[in-house]
Design a protein around this ligand. Structure first.
Ligand code: MG
Length: 270
């Protein structure tokens, strides 16, 4: 009986090994082009070889800016929002920021924001769970308005905030929307959302927003809805009255959609 079991076991193993040996290498037949070589930075967070550097600690020439100043290698919020001169579609954006140390709570605590166009905001705020300098709990704001939220549309999955005064990072993937624009009564309107926008956000290396579908522009005083805008949008940094600091800002344009190259031939075994 035991011998029979052993024979059966050995047979199964032999057939298994044979099947692996006979397995053929399946190929899709899709004519992918060779992925371009991009040299990553030696230090993570630094720009890879194909990035457009938007701020390197000195040069602000990529921005339309008349009041934000460079202080000790940081770009400090001044009067009015600033926008990049260049416009972008779908992008990967790296940005570092520090909110000021302060005793304020709610939306007044170190408020700024990273926007795609004037439309889609990833909030910057002092949302670190800490006491103020007098030992009182800071006033908490609404969760879909705290740091790392897509403003009034999506709270972050977790709170990965550092303290006021400490440097923090956002790595954001923005997939632009595709809007069908029509003219009605002499006014441009969004006739159809062909494809919504999506945002993915890593905060201090932690995934806090995972490919979230936007319902439209992020508005303070309105429910989200898609507004007419150009296909390509500048990056906007918000002036909300707090001296938030920025450094090491770079951006990569990414494939606008995930369409594959054409099927060159039927799938085959190589
Ligand atoms: Mg803001």
């Amino acid at each position: 009986m035991r011998l029979k079991k052993l024979v059966a076991f050995v047979s199964v193993i032999t057939i298994g090994i044979g099947a692996v040996a006979l397995a053929k290498d399946w190929r899709s037949g899709i004519a992918w082009t060779e992925p371009k070589v991009v040299t990553p930075a030696d230090t993570l967070g630094n720009p890879p070889s194909d990035a457009v550097v938007l701020f390197d600690g000195k040069d602000t020439s990529e921005w339309d800016n008349d009041s934000w100043k460079v202080v000790d290698g940081s770009l400090v919020v001044g009067k009015r929002d600033i926008r990049t001169k260049k416009k972008f579609g779908s992008v990967q954006l790296h940005i570092e920021f520090a909110v000021p140390v302060n005793d304020r709570g709610g939306q007044g605590a170190g408020n700024s924001g990273v926007y795609f166009g004037s439309n889609y905001e990833v909030q910057i705020l002092d949302s670190h769970a800490e006491k103020d300098t007098k030992g009182n709990n800071k006033k908490v704001t609404y969760f879909d308005g705290q740091c790392g939220s897509i403003y009034k549309q999506r709270a972050p999955e977790v709170n990965a905030c550092k303290k006021g005064g400490e440097w923090q990072t956002y790595d954001i993937v923005f997939n632009r929307p595709k809007l069908q624009i029509a003219e009605k009564n002499g006014k441009k309107v969004v006739e159809k959302v062909i494809r919504p926008a999506y945002l993915t956000v890593f905060h201090n290396g932690v995934l806090i927003i995972n490919h979230h579908e936007l319902e439209g522009s992020t508005s303070y005083d309105n429910a989200p809805h898609y507004d007419v805008h150009e296909e390509l949008l500048p990056i906007l940094l918000q002036d909300h009255g707090a001296p938030v600091k920025f450094r090491n800002i770079w951006i990569r344009e990414i494939q606008d959609d995930n369409t594959k190259p054409k099927q060159e031939r039927e799938p085959y075994f190589n």
